[in-house]
Design a binder for this molecule. Structure first.
Ligand code: AMP
Length: 190
């Protein structure tokens, strides 16, 4: 079983790459952002709560997000492994994930970060916003706030996983295939 955290700032290509990797390695892809958007579309209580944060480009509170993630993982009892996309985003979430996996004698094998410069990312997200239907993709101020949240709360996870020798950086600029190839080379060695 291999569990991978796909990491990187908003717009780095985590979702796109996770979609390709899950097929190649037969893994379950869990994107907390996608699960929140599903709840928002269904207008569930959780969806309405998440929307109040997501619309401002803020992170959804840890307790809500951790509970959601654990429920998602538990709903795939026969998974051969997971690709976590957009989770963890805080140290509290990373600690909760470790504890949760440990209870099942599992672990995070690697955090792989897609490294892309911020200016390229903002352009990518605004471009994506033309078709994604995501309210947080269309407004530059909201996008900048997502980066502020990333640098304030999420970027520290590089240290968290580096200390465990589980952090790997990958150049996230290039064609889709080139980036996938870089990721596969790394995953094949895990
Ligand atoms: P994403 O699709 O990963 O870009 O996530 C979109 C938005 O959902 C983020 O900007 C956050 O508001 C929220 N979100 C997704 N994952 C998390 C998480 N692990 N912790 C807190 N908020 C999250």
């Amino acid at each position: 079983m291999v569990n991978i955290v796909l990491f990187g700032p908003p717009g780095a290509g985590k979702g796109t790459q996770a979609f390709l990797l899950k097929k190649k390695y037969d893994l379950v892809h869990i994107s907390t952002g996608e699960v929140f958007r599903h709840h928002m579309a269904e207008k569930t209580e959780l969806g309405l709560l998440a929307k109040s944060y997501i619309d401002k480009g803020e992170l959804v509170p840890d307790d809500v997000t951790i509970h959601l993630l654990e429920k998602e993982v538990a709903s795939f009892p026969n998974a051969k492994g997971f690709i976590f996309d957009g989770f963890p985003r805080t140290v509290t979430q990373a600690e909760a994930l470790d504890a949760f996996l440990e209870k099942q004698s599992l672990k995070v094998n690697a955090m792989i970060s897609l490294e892309v410069e911020e200016d390229i990312l903002v352009k990518r997200i605004l471009e994506r916003g033309k078709t994604s239907g995501r309210s947080d993709d269309v407004n530059e101020e909201k996008i900048r706030n997502r980066f502020a949240e990333y640098y304030k709360k999420t970027a520290v996870l590089k240290d968290y996983y580096s200390k465990k020798n589980k952090y790997f950086g990958v150049e996230g600029v290039g064609s889709l295939e080139e980036v996938t190839e870089r990721l596969c080379q790394l995953i094949d060695k895990l």
